[in-house]
Design a protein. Sequence first.
Length: 339
Amino acid sequence: MDSLDLRVLAQGREWLTAGHSAWLVTVVEAWGSAPRPPGALLCLRHDGLVAGSVSGGCVEDDLIHRVRHGNLAAAPQMLTYGVTKEEAARFGLPCGGTLRLLQEPLVDAAWIDDVLAATARHELVARVLEVGTGRSRIEPASRGELFSFDGATLRAMFGPRWRLLLIGAGQLSQGLAEMALALDFDVTCCDPREEYHLAWDVKGTHFNRGMPDDVVLEMDLDPHSAVVALTHDRKLDDMALIEALKSPAFYVGALGSRINTAARKERMALFDLATHEIARLHGPVGLDLGSRTPAEIAVSVIAEIVAVRNGVPLLQKKPALPAVTAIPINPQAQEAQTP
């Protein structure tokens, strides 16, 4: 479901439409320390141009050699790399790594059009390839399905791109947006403040001037969505976070100190949020990297988002403060009570 694979398909369609011959190569099995997982895609043009990858590079070199010398079949067929230690070393695979690839000629772009259209609508679909006939069909898929291949039928999942909603258009948001784009996120920044809208210049992102909580609802967040609030303005951040925490978004975070985070959670408890929904909030946002500059903070935030997406435990975090009820929301009131 990586957007890189969608770009590979789009490139293959473009080559085919332009009259070029092209082949699609899919990783169907990997053993040992093979560098690319099952389902990874590569597209080869007849003159050796390539999009995507199936290894660290040496397997691609062999595939390019094959296509340039006309050594690619006219029907789907299997290729295996790295069966022996010597072959693994030759093809740049770690010792013992093995790749099984399925190569197929691209003869029809209709199924690619269907996949790209469905994913643009944020739908999850499966491409089913019958290896014996080379025929493909597209059908709905469920979130828990994985890539599968039984030797006769290949079933590959394609779903919506990972989305990131940034609330606030300051310097930190711009740095975070640039990093997220490099990691294949579809980035939207939301900020109703005129002065921030005029300063936003991150190419490849979407900008929405609506109120953040309305934008959260409009985006219809799914399990491929992340939300980070960065304005320091509770009128903008809190209401959007409340809506985001009710959604299936895989990550919801907010900038702020541990004291401010505890106070925010205390405020949220006054709304119609369950305890487990409030507990989903990542705050202070980001891993503890000793960050000081906006760029360093952006690194820590995107690192945490990627870790959550990949199911990795968040070990590099500051410990939480005691229960929020022990933290005053109004420091002035506390000073007034001090003798």
